[in-house]
Design a protein around this ligand. Structure first.
Ligand SMILES: [Zn+2]
Length: 99
């Protein structure tokens, strides 16, 4: 009779152990999928880079040279113009108002 009980307890312990291991494995899997989910941040970061590129492709209103650091002025007609470093001095000489 006692031998049967030992087998039962051993089986129960084995089942419990397998259940715990299985749960731990599942938790690790969910952590893996969660960390994989953070990988979705990369495309957002890339989108930000594309936006930055779009900004840098703005041409100067005077020489049409593409510059990422355009200074904006209001010309005689009241239109907003973006000027590169080289053309800023020309605008200053013409007395244009910097925005
Ligand atoms: Zn220019």
């Amino acid at each position: 009779m006692i031998g049967k009980w030992i087998v039962f307890i051993a089986l129960a312990a084995a089942v419990l152990l397998l259940y715990k291991i299985g749960r731990g494995f599942l938790q690790r899997q969910t952590i893996k999928t969660r960390s994989g989910g953070t990988g979705n941040v990369i495309p957002i970061h890339r989108a930000g880079n594309i936006k930055g590129k779009a900004k840098s492709s703005q041409p100067c209103s005077y020489c049409r040279k593409k510059s990422n650091k355009l200074a904006f002025y209001s010309d005689e007609a009241g239109a907003v113009i973006g000027l590169c470093k080289d053309c800023r001095s020309k605008a200053d000489r013409r007395g244009l108002m910097r925005l």
